[in-house]
Ligand binder design. Structure first.
Ligand SMILES: [Fe+2]
Length: 307
């Protein structure tokens, strides 16, 4: 078993804590991130990859003996890719994941249950060419996916630490459909100390067990946050109030979103068939650019979550 398992962070149950301040964030057209998001997530050309992301080109049969190199790169950089000479079977993919931790049962919407193999491997396959307003179906439609930490509304213990994506069939280059990444440390660095402290006491109020939007784990800032787009984001603040107002918290969320969509921070993966990517969900926000290609519905990735 790997030594890279998550550090369990103590997060008090929000339901037992007094709400000091509550509020609602509704994005406005004039918020800077709205245009920045539109520009970055609807582009068809692919962004460059994060520096040094490729660990090795391997025969798939070599992967079990070389997984330690992937672990090391994950530890150093939080993201690692290997290029394989063939596709992994589901069993091989799960075995790889088990070297990094526990492969999680894939909880998903009933609408997507048919995409899950053996409870563990999710087939991220485009089934629809439209752009839908249905949150669950967006994954298998052409939608861009706004930046998020995976299942950030759940308690830390039920969030994946690592996510692996195995490319069965990529979108053709420069036709959108690119997985994109933004490092959380750099987002944190764009906040003032006061803003960061505020986010350490703010939670999604509809999810009483959700961690604070920002916490420190292993000496690094970790966001449990996602961009709700134009959906309503209800929040609760449970820290020392001082003179804090709901307006100030909302202004901090605008700043957080603006930082997340800073074009200087975003990188993407130039997918090729049979590549395997793993990243640390505590170190990167991720998302997807809109799929522009319409001729085929072949785009297909396999996905496992590890904690
Ligand atoms: Fe995701």
């Amino acid at each position: 078993m790997s030594t890279m398992g998550p550090t369990v962070t103590e997060v008090a149950d929000l339901a037992t804590m007094p709400t000091v301040l509550g509020g609602l964030f509704v994005e406005q057209a004039h918020h800077p991130h709205v245009r920045m998001r539109e520009r970055s997530l609807t582009r068809s050309d692919w962004l460059p990859e994060p520096d040094g992301i490729l660990v090795a080109e391997l025969a798939a049969d070599e992967l079990p003996d070389r997984t330690g190199e992937v672990e090391q790169r994950l530890r150093d950089d939080g993201i690692a890719k290997v290029r394989l000479d063939r596709l992994l079977t589901n069993d091989e993919l799960v075995t790889f994941g088990r070297r990094l931790g526990t492969v999680m049962v894939h909880e998903t919407s009933p609408k997507l249950q048919h995409q899950v193999d053996d409870g563990l491997v999710f087939n991220l396959r485009r089934e629809r060419t439209d752009v839908t307003s249905d949150y669950a179906l967006a994954l298998i439609s052409s939608n861009e996916l706004t930046l998020h930490a995976e299942v950030c509304v759940r308690p830390v213990q039920r969030q994946p630490r690592y996510i692996a994506l195995h490319c069965v069939e990529p979108s053709p280059p420069d036709t959108g459909g690119q997985t994109v990444f933004v490092p959380m440390t750099a987002v944190h660095d764009r906040l003032t100390r006061t803003q960061a402290e505020m986010l350490q006491h703010a939670h999604f109020s509809q999810f009483p067990e959700s961690p604070p939007f920002l916490s420190w784990r292993g000496g690094r800032p970790v966001f449990s946050f996602r961009d709700f787009g134009d959906d309503l984001l209800w929040w609760r603040y449970v820290g020392p109030r001082g003179s804090l107002t709901a307006g100030e918290l909302n202004e901090t969320l605008v700043r957080l979103l603006e930082s997340m969509y800073d074009p200087d921070l975003m990188t993407g993966v130039s997918w090729r068939r049979a590549e395997l990517l793993v990243w640390d969900n505590w170190r990167f926000f991720h998302g997807r650019t809109r799929i522009q290609e319409t001729d085929t519905e072949a785009r297909h990735f396999k996905n496992i979550k590890i904690n």
